[in-house]
Design a protein around this ligand. Structure first.
Ligand SMILES: Cc1ncc(COP(=O)(O)O)c(C=O)c1O
Length: 360
């Protein structure tokens, strides 16, 4: 067996230690005689896994009792609709910041439920930067402000939050647990698991408890945040194996020293890659340096006729899934928490050698 360095944007690489632990526990979880996949979600065993996942996440992100941690199904795209359906109930509008492909998709879905006020957009800059957050024209009567602080496709990230009394709703799918955040500044945080948390199939949703009162009983139960909170995310069968894997990833992260420790590794990884790209005439990154993502690093080759060869040779060198998103082309290295520094070094070595072979 040989594992490669996997730069996929999601479902993404998981820590090898987590996969090995899941493998060891696959047939018989802690003496239960069955796999986690085979046990009732109402069993004491699974309830202990769910409680552990919640407790570990709360410790890692320092989540206070004012918040409820939910495990929601259907991917982050389901939340694009679920959020306005729950939180905009009784409001005329919701504010959205448009910083790239994922905020645009969130806007498109929200428009089906509420009047969307796009309060800032970097579309004219080809989503290579972030609008000035201090000049957003926010309606204080709006339901909330939605932001996507890390655009997975464009590789644009911002960590400052706009000053506002509106609840801030943030899609942290591709940045959660990669850097410190102050949860108390948000009304709702959501994140599809398949990048920094675990396998696809579950979405982390951290919601300020007072916002649960906005969910109308007319909503389908499985969509209703208040019902989900009242039933410990178990209105129906939750994605049990995905929650179990998430718990193992949280455990691994605690062993690494928590979010602060992994953040410093992430800074070093991203810096090494950007420094190499910036020093080269052969590769370039199109994003405003002030807003470059630590998790998703897009780069283009000066001669795009070499793109296919770059992918072919990188795959052969054990560097998997470096092609950019189909909507933008070029390359993209997604370097979430599970990507070790060795993977970055291997990528840079390959890029240097490729330039030597094929550059002028
Ligand atoms: C920032 C962001 N939001 C939302 C999504 C959509 O996630 P899903 O495919 O789980 O619906 C993605 C997927 O990559 C993403 O990167």
């Amino acid at each position: 067996m040989s594992r490669v360095y996997n730069f996929c944007s999601g479902p993404a690489a998981l820590p090898e230690a987590v996969l090995k632990k899941a493998q060891a526990e696959m047939l018989d979880w802690h003496g239960a005689g069955v796999s986690v996949m085979e046990m009732s979600h109402r069993s004491a065993e699974f309830m202990s896994i769910l409680a552990s996942a919640k407790a570990r996440l709360s410790r890692l992100l320092n989540i206070s009792d004012e918040y409820e941690v939910l495990f929601v199904q259907g991917g982050a795209s389901t939340l694009f609709a679920q959020i306005p359906a729950n939180l905009a109930n009784g409001f005329d509008s919701a504010c959205y910041l448009d910083t790239g492909a994922w905020s645009s998709k969130a806007i498109k879905e929200a428009k089906k439920y509420v009047n969307v006020d796009v309060v800032g957009s970097s579309q004219e800059q080809n989503y290579s930067t972030v609008p000035d957050l201090s000049t957003l024209n926010l309606d204080s009567e709006a339901a909330y402000l939605h932001i996507c602080p890390n655009e997975t496709i464009g590789g644009v990230e911002f960590s400052e939050l706009p000053e506002t009394s509106l609840p801030i709703v943030a899609d942290l799918s591709s940045t959660i647990l990669s850097r410190k955040i102050d949860v108390s500044k948000y009304g709702l945080i959501y994140a599809g698991a398949q990048k920094n948390v675990g396998p696809a199939g579950v979405v982390i949703c951290i919601i300020r408890k007072d916002l649960l009162a906005r969910s109308s009983d007319d909503l389908p139960s499985v969509w209703n945040f208040a019902h989900l909170a009242a039933n410990d995310s178990m209105i129906n069968t939750p994605p049990t194996f995905a929650i179990y894997l998430a718990d193992l990833v949280f455990e691994w992260l605690e062993e690494q020293g928590g979010v602060e420790a992994i953040e410093s590794v992430n800074i070093r990884k991203a810096q090494a890659l950007y420094d190499f790209i910036d020093a080269s005439d052969f590769y370039s990154n199109p994003v405003d340096p002030a807003f470059r993502s630590r998790m998703n690093v897009p780069f283009i080759l000066a001669d795009d006729s070499l793109d296919a060869l770059f992918i072919e040779e990188s795959e052969a060198a054990g560097l998997r899934t470096l092609a950019g998103h189909r909507s933008v082309g070029g390359m993209r290295a997604s370097i979430y928490n599970a990507m070790p520094m060795e993977g970055i070094v291997a990528l840079i070595d390959f890029m240097r050698a490729f330039e030597k072979r094929h550059g002028q």
